[in-house]
Design a protein around this ligand. Structure first.
Ligand SMILES: *[C@@H]1O[C@H](CO)[C@@H](O)[C@H](O)[C@H]1NC(C)=O
Ligand SMILES: *[C@@H]1O[C@H](CO)[C@@H](O)[C@H](O)[C@H]1NC(C)=O
Ligand SMILES: *[C@@H]1O[C@H](CO)[C@@H](O)[C@H](O)[C@H]1NC(C)=O
Ligand SMILES: *[C@@H]1O[C@H](CO)[C@@H](O)[C@H](O)[C@H]1NC(C)=O
Length: 369
C-alpha cells in the first residue's frame, strides 16, 4: 500500500519535473548532459523498497533515453559522472584564468552558454575536458568500488619485467573510455561538420586520460630490500590532463568537412575531417579540432554570449595574455589598492596548536575598463 503511494508520488514528481523543464530546454542536444552537474549534491534522492536509489533530480530529464538507461544499468555511476564534470569545469577555469575567455559558466541547463553552438577552439576545449572528466572520474570510481558494475582492472596480472610483476588494483581506464563513448557521445546527433568536430574532441579528451596513465609500484622483500615489485596502472592527476589539453588547445587544427564520395569501399571514410590548409597534416586522434575563428571575447555580446573583459583583474607588469594591454583589449584599466589581512609568522606549539600573527598588506589591483 505504502509502496503504491510512493510510486504515485514519484510519477507526479516526474511529471512536474518534465513540465517545468520543457520551457527551458534548448533545441540542441549537443552537450545537454552537462546539465546534470549538480546531481551529486542533489537531495532529491529516495530509496525504494528494493533498496534501489531513485534520483528525482529534474536535470535528469536533460539526458536521452539511452543515457538514462546507462545510468540505471550502472548503479553509482551518476555521482561519478557528475563529480567528473565538476572537476572538469574547475580545471577549465584554472587553465583559462588568465585569458580573455576564462571558461565562464552559469546556472541552469545551458552551463557553458552559446559558445557550445560554435565551432571554435574554446568549443573544442569544453568538449574535450568534460569528456576527459567523465572518463577519469568513472575509471577512478571503478577502482574505488563505488560503481556496482565495474571493479579495479585486474587484467594486468602475472609477469611484467625482470624484477617486477603486475598485480594490485589498476584504475579501470578501459571501462571509463567505453562508458564515455556510450554516454557522452550519444548527445551528439547528425552528420555535419559540428558533429564530427564534437565527437573528435570528445575522443581526444578520453585519449589524453589514457595516454597519461602511469605505472606505480610497491616494493616487497626482506626489510624493504625491494627484490620484488608489484605494479599497477594509475590515472594521471586531472591537472596533468588539463595541462596536456591546454597545449592541444594552443596547437589545435582547423578543419573542414571532407567528403570522399568516390571511395565506396570504405563507408567510414565518406565523412571525415580534413585540414583546412592542404599543406598541413591531417589531425591525429589526439589533436583538438575546430572549424571557425574564435570571437575576440573583448566586449559583451548577447548574440554570441560573451561577457567581455570589463571588470577583470589584469597584471600590469605582464607582457602576456594576462597583461592589462591584452586582457583589457586596449581600453585601459583603473587601479585601486586593497588592504588584505593574512595569517603570518605562524609558530607551532607542542602539542598541538599553531599560533599566528595577523599581517596586513596593501594589494594593488588593476581592473579592466
Ligand atoms: C543550435 O545550434 C545552432 C548551430 O548549429 C545555433 O545556430 C542555434 O542558435 C542553437 N540553438 C539553441 C537553442 O541553442
Ligand atoms: C605579473 O606578471 C609578471 C611578469 O610576467 C610576473 O612575474 C608576476 O608574477 C605576475 N603577477 C601576478 C600577481 O600574477
Ligand atoms: C615575521 O617574521 C619575520 C622574520 O621571520 C619578521 O621580519 C617580521 O617582522 C615578522 N612579522 C611580524 C608582524 O612580526
Ligand atoms: C587575528 O585576527 C583574528 C580575526 O580577525 C582575531 O580573532 C585574532 O585574535 C587576531 N590575532 C592576533 C594575534 O591579533
Amino acid at each position: 500500500m505504502r509502496a503504491a503511494a510512493l510510486g504515485l508520488a514519484l510519477r507526479a514528481l516526474w511529471a512536474l519535473a518534465l513540465s517545468s523543464l520543457s520551457n527551458t530546454l534548448a533545441v540542441n542536444n549537443s552537450g545537454r548532459w552537462w546539465g546534470i552537474i549538480n546531481v551529486a549534491s542533489s537531495t532529491n534522492l529516495l530509496t525504494d523498497s528494493k533498496n534501489v536509489q531513485l534520483v528525482l533530480d529534474p536535470s535528469l530529464q536533460l539526458l536521452s533515453r539511452k543515457q538514462r538507461k546507462l545510468i540505471r544499468q550502472n548503479p553509482g555511476i551518476l555521482h561519478s559522472v557528475s563529480s567528473g564534470l565538476q572537476t572538469a569545469i574547475k580545471e577549465c577555469k584554472w587553465q583559462f584564468r588568465n585569458r580573455r575567455w576564462n571558461c565562464p559558466t552559469s546556472q541552469g541547463p545551458n552551463i557553458f552558454g552559446k559558445i557550445v553552438n560554435r565551432g571554435c577552439r574554446e568549443t573544442a576545449f569544453i568538449f574535450a575536458i568534460t569528456s576527459a572528466g567523465v572518463t577519469h572520474s568513472v575509471a577512478r570510481s571503478c577502482s574505488e568500488g563505488s560503481i556496482e558494475s565495474c571493479t579495479c582492472d585486474y587484467r594486468r596480472r602475472g609477469p611484467g619485467g625482470p624484477d617486477w610483476h603486475w598485480g594490485g588494483c589498476s584504475d579501470n581506464i578501459d571501462f571509463g573510455r567505453l562508458f564515455g563513448r556510450e554516454f557522452v557521445d550519444s548527445s551528439e546527433k547528425g552528420r555535419d561538420l559540428r558533429f564530427l568536430m564534437n565527437l573528435h574532441n570528445n575522443e581526444a579528451g578520453r585519449m589524453t586520460v589514457f595516454s597519461e596513465m602511469r605505472q606505480e609500484c610497491k616494493c616487497h622483500g626482506m626489510s624493504g630490500s625491494c627484490t620484488v615489485r608489484t605494479c599497477w596502472m594509475r590515472l594521471p592527476t586531472f591537472r596533468a590532463v588539463g595541462d596536456v589539453l591546454k597545449d592541444r588547445f594552443d596547437g589545435a587544427s582547423r578543419v573542414i568537412y571532407g567528403n570522399k564520395g568516390s571511395n565506396r569501399a570504405s563507408r567510414v571514410e565518406l565523412h571525415h575531417l580534413e585540414p583546412e590548409n592542404p599543406a598541413h597534416k591531417p589531425p591525429s586522434p589526439h589533436d583538438l579540432v575546430y572549424f571557425e575563428k574564435s570571437p575576440n571575447f573583448c566586449t559583451y555580446s548577447g548574440k554570441t554570449g560573451t561577457a567581455g573583459t570589463a571588470g577583470r583583474f589584469c597584471n600590469s607588469s605582464s607582457p602576456g595574455l594576462d597583461g592589462c594591454e591584452l586582457l583589457c583589449c586596449g581600453r585601459g584599466y583603473r587601479t585601486r589598492t586593497q588592504r588584505v589581512t593574512e595569517r603570518c609568522n605562524c609558530t607551532f606549539h607542542w602539542c598541538c596548536h599553531v599560533s599566528c600573527l595577523n599581517c596586513t598588506n596593501t594589494q594593488v589591483l588593476h581592473e579592466c575598463l
